[in-house]
Design a protein around this ligand. Structure first.
Ligand code: SF4
Ligand code: SF4
Length: 89
């Protein structure tokens, strides 16, 4: 059964891709860039480190990985993708 979100009409997710994004706390400098770029609100700050709130509405954009120049974001592309799809294709 696909999941939908009122925040993102026309978007749905299927399956459970697991914890495909992790944060290396040792490397995280607390710059907050991942929080600023993530439209899905997957991250928050906790004790000056980024932590994952939920990946349930991740849209596979990989912006968090791209902006984290400290290489603290570990992005493992899940087999078959995250299950994210839109009505536009
Ligand atoms: S972008 Fe990287 S270094 Fe900056 S808060 Fe996020 S995980 Fe930490
Ligand atoms: S891939 Fe995109 S939507 Fe998913 S957590 Fe990173 S910035 Fe957010």
């Amino acid at each position: 059964m696909a999941r939908t979100s009122q925040k993102f009409p026309g978007v749905e997710w299927t399956g459970d891709p697991g914890d495909f994004i992790k944060i290396d706390k040792e490397k995280c400098t607390g710059c907050t860039d991942c929080i600023k770029v993530c439209l899905a609100g997957c991250f928050k700050m906790e004790k000056n480190k980024a932590v994952i709130v939920s990946l349930a509405e991740c849209m596979e954009c990989s912006s968090c990985w791209y902006v984290c120049t400290d290489e603290a974001i570990i992005f493992s592309w899940p087999p078959g993708g995250t299950g994210f799809r839109t009505e536009w294709g």
